[in-house]
Design a protein around this ligand. Structure first.
Ligand code: M6R
Length: 613
């Protein structure tokens, strides 16, 4: 949801800001802009509708800029269509203040009306522009004071950056709500960005801004305070990710690279969490969510959005099967308005790769307000979710740049599996031998996925056959119903093909009417309690002449007979099968999108992190 970059130092800021923006483009990519303070002390800039590449061309072909203080932005439109005028940075009437912003200013219409009455002239339709004009209206020789006065008037969730030649030695940033900002610390230079990978090339030392905080950065340091000016301390975090994690590493797209990283990611996710006796050890990570607290809970609610929600849904089946507690699922955008029944006896599990998704954060706020214990399952260290949850289990996926979540899905499902095993052991709800066998089985997952990645070319052949389909149905049951939902989501979001994930037993209650030879059906038929039922559902599809593609265990010739094509997968415990079965579906979506020439890493209309409601 928009990317922000700031630089102040001894080098020319332009190449640094553009390079960092390129790494943030996954957050939004309908327009981009940059402003710098040039050698004469003027505030100058350039903006362009479209991808960052257009801005780069514009700068190269006619509007070169240079200056050692710079502020950049890549946009995902909320207020005002994608256009040059609505691109950030946005300025005030004097042309001396530039503002970039991620989020929504909820009271912008009122503020704008007051500013118009006072003679301010607006050049965009954005909510952001009111910030620049408000700063101008409050400016009385002290830029920081003007920014503080402005922040007190804004309502909404946002991250913003301010640059002005009133104070060319500093940049000012503020954060309110689920809009991340990190400050990277260099030698005589400072970097600010919406996400760590953007500045990883320049520094691995950073501080993370929290809600209601403001930071002033200069060449030789930073000063953190709240909006009222109370100074705050913050530990500097040493980032362990290496630069390679944010590069394509020879793959055509980030998504493909991230799919291929999954065996390593699962190893990382499991590392140190299963002991020699195959018992899951999470107590230290769960901190205040103690074994006593977990023994006392009477129900579990799981929430999240998109792929994170589907990973949570796999968790729901695991928890029901192993822990035998009531488990409810609700997407976060519904949870927040749906009168969720959670209380002091409930555990709410919030799933989020970024830990910044606005709906998920709000759902957590509601759950906490109802005295529920909150467990976050999250990828991003220091994220909003990890700060508001009572405890967080990190998924250890490393940076995921492709907008379509892949490696973070399997790592979320893996963490959910570990948590279900841990909770079942604590509550003695499943025989220990069974729990240990599943825990032992998780160690086979990386090798199983490796095998599937080797079959990527086979998946591409199938992709060639169905790439022109207008509609595709994905069928699954039980733990692999979420696999069907996630497979369909991947195809929709990167290949723009209408796809539906369905609980296979529901087919005959409606969707079967859609079937004909032009609608491929993809079914998950791996071993387990629903295999035979799945076979019957697929026979019904075949009887309607739909092309049938299945995910089945090696050697299952009976299953192969109902299918036009089989994606063979190794056999693992049924409760672990979602981690394996999703791999060919990720690859299928990837190959179709690639064959169709779609923008795999930055699909239209999407953004990696959705920090608006
Ligand atoms: O960062 P989060 O996990 O909270 O994001 C949730 C969804 O926005 C995300 O999973 C989205 O559905 C992805 N584009 C799916 O590939």
């Amino acid at each position: 949801m928009c990317g922000i970059v700031g630089y102040i130092g001894k080098r020319d800021s332009v190449p640094i800001v553009l390079d960092a923006l390129a790494r943030l483009e996954y957050r939004g990519y309908d327009s981009a802009g940059i402003a710098v303070i040039d050698a004469q002390g003027n505030l100058v800039g350039s903006k362009s509708e479209g991808r960052l590449g257009r801005l780069v061309e514009r700068l190269r072909d006619g509007e070169p800029l240079a200056g050692s203080v710079g502020l950049g932005h890549t946009r995902w439109a909320t207020h005002g269509k994608p256009s040059d005028a609505n691109a950030h940075p946005l300025g005030d009437c004097s042309g001396r203040i530039a503002v970039v912003h991620n989020g929504i200013i909820e009271n912008y219409a009122t503020l704008r009306a007051h500013l118009l009455e006072r003679g301010h002239v607006f050049t965009s339709e954005t909510d952001t522009e009111v910030i620049a004009h408000l700063i101008e209206s409050h400016y009385n020789g002290d830029l920081l004071a003007a920014v503080r006065a402005t922040l007190r008037e804004l309502r909404g969730a946002y991250a913003l950056g301010v640059m002005s030649n009133y104070d060319p030695e500093h940049l000012i940033f503020a954060r309110n709500g689920a809009s991340p900002l990190v400050v990277g610390i260099g030698e005589g230079e400072m970097f600010v960005a919406s996400d760590t990978p953007a500045i990883l090339k320049y520094t691995k030392r950073e501080i993370i801004l929290q809600e209601g905080e403001l930071v002033v950065v200069g060449r030789d340091g930073w000063k953190l305070s709240d909006y009222d000016g109370k100074e705050l301390e913050r530990d500097v975090v040493q980032i362990a990710w290496d630069m390679g994690a944010a590069e394509k590493g020879g793959f055509k797209h980030f998504m493909l690279k991230e799919i291929f990283e999954q065996p390593r990611v699962i190893k990382e996710t499991l590392s140190g969490r299963i002991d020699d006796l195959n018992q899951v050890t999470l107590a230290a990570e769960l901190g205040d969510v103690t074994p006593e607290r977990l023994r006392a809970i009477g129900k579990i609610a799981i929430t999240g959005c998109g792929t994170a929600y589907y990973a949570g849904m796999v968790g729901m089946y695991l928890l029901r099967s192993l822990v035998h507690l009531p488990v409810e699922m609700e997407v976060a955008s519904e949870f927040r308005y749906g009168d969720p029944v959670v209380d002091g006896n409930a555990l709410t599990i919030a799933m989020s790769q970024s830990g910044e998704t606005a709906d998920t954060i709000e759902a957590v706020r509601i759950a906490k307000g109802a005295h529920s214990t909150v467990l976050g399952i999250c990828n991003a260290l220091g994220s909003h979710l990890s700060r508001v949850a009572d405890a967080t289990l990190f998924t250890r996926g490393g940076p995921e740049i492709g907008v379509a979540a892949t490696k973070t899905y399997v790592s979320q499902v893996t963490v959910m599996t570990l948590f279900a095993l841990y909770l079942a052991a604590l509550r003695q709800s499943t025989p220990v031998d069974r729990l240990r066998a599943i825990a032992d089985g998780t160690k086979l997952l990386p090798a199983a996925i490796d095998l599937l990645l080797n079959a990527s070319d086979d998946v591409r052949r199938v992709a060639k056959q169905i790439r022109k389909a207008q509609s595709v149905l994905f069928l699954g049951r039980y733990v692999n119903f979420p696999t069907a939902l996630e497979g369909a989501l991947k195809l929709k979001e990167i290949a723009y093909i209408h796809a539906e994930g369905y609980a296979a037993g529901e087919m005959k209650h409606g969707p079967i009417a859609l079937l004909d030879p032009a609608v491929p059906v993809i079914g998950i038929v791996t071993d387990g309690r629903v295999r035979e039922k799945m076979l019957s559902n697929l026979m019904e599809s075949r009887a309607r002449e739909a092309p049938v593609i299945i995910v089945a265990n090696y050697g299952d010739e009976e299953a192969a007979q109902v299918a036009d094509h089989v994606f063979w997968v190794p056999k693992v415990d049924e409760l672990l099968s979602p981690v394996v079965n999703i791999i060919p579906l990720q690859l299928l979506a990837y190959h179709i999108a690639d064959l169709e020439g779609k923008d795999v890493d930055q699909p239209r209309n999407l953004a990696k992190t959705v920090t608006v409601e």
